[in-house]
Design a protein around this ligand. Structure first.
Ligand SMILES: O=C(O)CCC(=O)C(=O)O
Length: 261
């Protein structure tokens, strides 16, 4: 089949998402867009962190607040809507990749910024949502991570267990526990997914990212943020999308607000 230049990256991304569970698009976002996302992220983060002050916060979505979750020590997730970012997310350069995979009626689920402070350790391996059926179905949710600055390996870009979205199905593999895959659990690892089988352990994949590059990945892939061994805060913006008929339920679970007295 003769593909136009416009169709080729979509075909590559779709095929990588199906086989590897993720795809890296170098410098997909223009500098002006990345600067806008970074500026808003910084402003909102200062406001929320100041309001959080010395209030107690644990690790994970249930131990956090509506406005801020500590995903692992020193790794902060702050939700920011497309309106707060002052963008129309359907006009963003990643949107057609999303609709290509989730359908034209794909819906925005979450967005925000994840910042990891210098010396924050690597996260536990986890998935963002569990499989929905025993057989392997097409992705029900897709995430886009945008590097807001250049991210050398020392800043700890996101690492994936390549192809592990095909192995994280707890409904097909009764040795896997859904909550231990979704929530931070020290024993979850790529090796765990193939225990007792003759399948190979998924390869670990991480890459430096230049500013504006995007990682697009299947919600069900095993992944983790790496340790930040640099002297600067690492910031990535994220946009998560879902199929119209899929309702995510594990991302921001705390009913409490930092703005409550
Ligand atoms: O920090 C990262 O690179 C990934 C963050 C993540 O996967 C999470 O917090 O759930």
């Amino acid at each position: 089949m003769d593909l136009t230049n416009q169709q080729q990256p979509h075909k590559r991304v779709r095929s990588q998402l199906e086989s590897d569970g993720f795809s890296l698009l170098h410098r997909l976002c223009e500098p002006a867009l990345t600067e806008q996302l970074l500026k808003v992220s910084r402003e909102i983060q200062v406001d929320v962190k100041n309001t959080l002050g010395k209030k107690q916060i644990g690790i994970g979505s249930r131990a956090g607040y509506q406005e801020i979750v500590q995903r692992s020590p020193g790794r902060w997730d702050i939700p920011i809507t497309p309106e707060q970012f002052a963008i129309v997310h359907q006009q963003m350069p990643w949107w057609t990749f999303i609709t290509d995979i989730l359908g034209q009626d794909a819906e925005h689920a979450f967005s925000g910024v994840v910042s990891s402070e210098p010396v924050s350790p690597e996260q536990h391996w986890h998935i963002d949502s569990p499989h929905e059926a025993t057989e392997h179905l097409p992705a029900h949710a897709i995430n886009v991570l945008i590097a807001l600055t250049d991210l050398p390996l020392a800043m700890g870009p996101t690492e994936f267990a390549c192809g592990s979205h095909l192995l994280t199905n707890h409904l097909a593999n009764p040795t896997l526990v859904s909550d231990q895959l979704v929530y931070q659990h020290a024993e979850t690892s790529p090796v765990l997914l193939v225990n007792g089988t003759c399948k190979a352990t998924p390869e670990y994949c991480s890459s430096t990212m230049s500013e504006g590059s995007c990682l697009i990945f299947d919600d069900r892939i095993l992944h983790r943020g790496m340790a930040n061994r640099s002297g600067s805060t690492r910031r990535i913006a994220y946009f998560s999308y879902r199929r119209k008929d899929y309702l995510p339920y594990t991302h921001f679970e705390s009913p409490r607000s930092v703005f409550d007295a």
